[in-house]
Design a binder for this molecule. Structure first.
Ligand SMILES: Cc1ncc(COP(=O)(O)O)c(C=O)c1O
Length: 375
């Protein structure tokens, strides 16, 4: 069994995908070619945002967004410590200080009630992460941000295709930033990412920063990076967009089925240490289940037991950012963010992709039960 089965998807779209790739090889505009422009139009329409800027990765998009907002030395950006390293890393690389705010223990996303106390005169933006495929609570986050006149950048690397109260992820704040890393809900066959905004000026700045801060050929009013998207990746993403809505529906179905199967399997288990917590999807929200992540009391045992039964698992993420050696100078030791630390100790992700069959899910849940109950 695969943790993510990209081959099943490839087999489904082989012919149109190969045709799209062939077309790029024939026209030869390999970087920011016509497919990139077509993809930007298609993605903007999908998300319901005025502008889309396709870029080289979901890491570079975070940096580009902050550069466009002029965030740098002496500034602070509020984010969650329970995320992939890129979120905090890009804040620091932009020259600013990541200011962590603990998560809501149920959704794993930043706790909006704790944001205001972290705001200082140096705060320049709030960067919530929409973890595991579900948007953070943007109504509450945007309300705090508006009060303090702060822009909000959604790190939507894991949530592309999800909806928050009827709005698509990436269209719920000033800037949405996503990733097309191969294992993401919408994945390329290499690195890729995209930025979304309704703000004309920000869109112009981000597009320029993506190409070395250039406003016209070889003229550079500001610093930028090489943050462009390859045309081949755009062509691949266009082919995948044709089946994306169906895949989103399949993800929702498979996620819900896992939760029902797990509740069923552990229904008559009374020992609290042998319980499994399934994901909580907030009201009026959907998840694309970039990861289907549960919590167990004794994770090392469950990991080892699952492995011995041939079921791949992963941990997203074992160490919260404030405890990463690279952020030691922030001097926020163990105990600083108890919700994130507790989650980091207990979470474990199960195989998840739109082509997982009911039978395969039964095998995973059977193995999970045996693993949790094992001595
Ligand atoms: C929450 C989060 N932010 C940022 C990134 C970075 O995206 P990329 O790998 O495309 O650079 C990822 C990807 O793993 C992610 O999960």
């Amino acid at each position: 069994m695969h943790f993510i089965d990209l081959k099943a998807q490839y087999e489904r779209i082989r012919d149109p995908l190969n045709a799209r790739i062939q077309k790029v090889l024939e026209h030869g505009q390999y970087v920011l070619g016509p497919e990139t422009v077509e993809l930007e139009r298609r993605l903007a329409e999908f998300v319901g945002a005025k502008h889309c800027i396709a870029a080289s990765s979901g890491t570079d998009t975070l940096l580009i967004a902050m550069m466009a907002l002029d965030i740098g030395a002496g500034d602070e950006v509020i984010t969650s410590p329970f995320t992939f390293i890129a979120t905090g890393e890009m804040i620091a690389l932009a020259g600013a200080k990541p200011v962590f705010v603990d998560i809501d223990r149920r959704t794993y996303n930043i706790d909006p009630a704790k944001i205001e106390e972290a705001i200082t005169p140096k705060t320049k933006a709030i960067m919530p992460v929409s973890l595991y495929g579900q948007c953070a609570d943007f109504d509450a986050i945007n309300a705090v941000a508006r009060k303090h006149r702060l822009p909000v950048i959604e790190d939507a690397a894991q949530s592309f295709g999800a909806y928050y109260k009827g709005k698509a992820s990436c269209a719920v704040s000033e800037i949405g930033s996503t990733s097309f890393f191969p294992s993401k809900p919408l994945g390329a066959y290499g690195d890729g990412g995209a930025l979304f905004t309704n703000d004309d000026q920000l869109a112009k700045l981000m597009a320029e920063i993506r190409v070395h801060g250039q406003d016209r050929r070889y003229h550079h009013p500001r610093l930028g990076i090489n943050g462009r998207l390859d045309t081949l990746q755009a062509a691949i993403l266009l082919a995948k967009m044709d089946i994306f809505e169906e895949e989103i529906a399949a993800r929702a179905r498979i996620g819900a089925r896992y939760s029902a199967m797990i509740s069923d399997a552990f229904n008559n288990v009374s020992d609290e240490r042998q319980q499994v917590t399934t994901p909580v999807i907030a009201a009026d929200c959907t998840s694309v289940y970039a990861q289907y992540t549960v919590e167990v009391a004794d994770r090392p045992k469950v990991e080892q037991q699952m492995k011995s039964r041939g079921i791949p698992t992963a941990v997203h993420y074992p160490v919260p950012l404030h405890l990463q050696p690279v952020f030691a100078d922030l001097e926020q030791g163990k105990g600083s963010f108890p919700m994130s630390e507790a989650a980091a100790e207990r979470v474990i992700s199960l195989p998840m992709h739109p082509y997982l069959t009911e039978e395969q899910q039964h095998s995973v849940v059977k193995a999970l039960k045996e693993s949790v109950l094992a001595k």
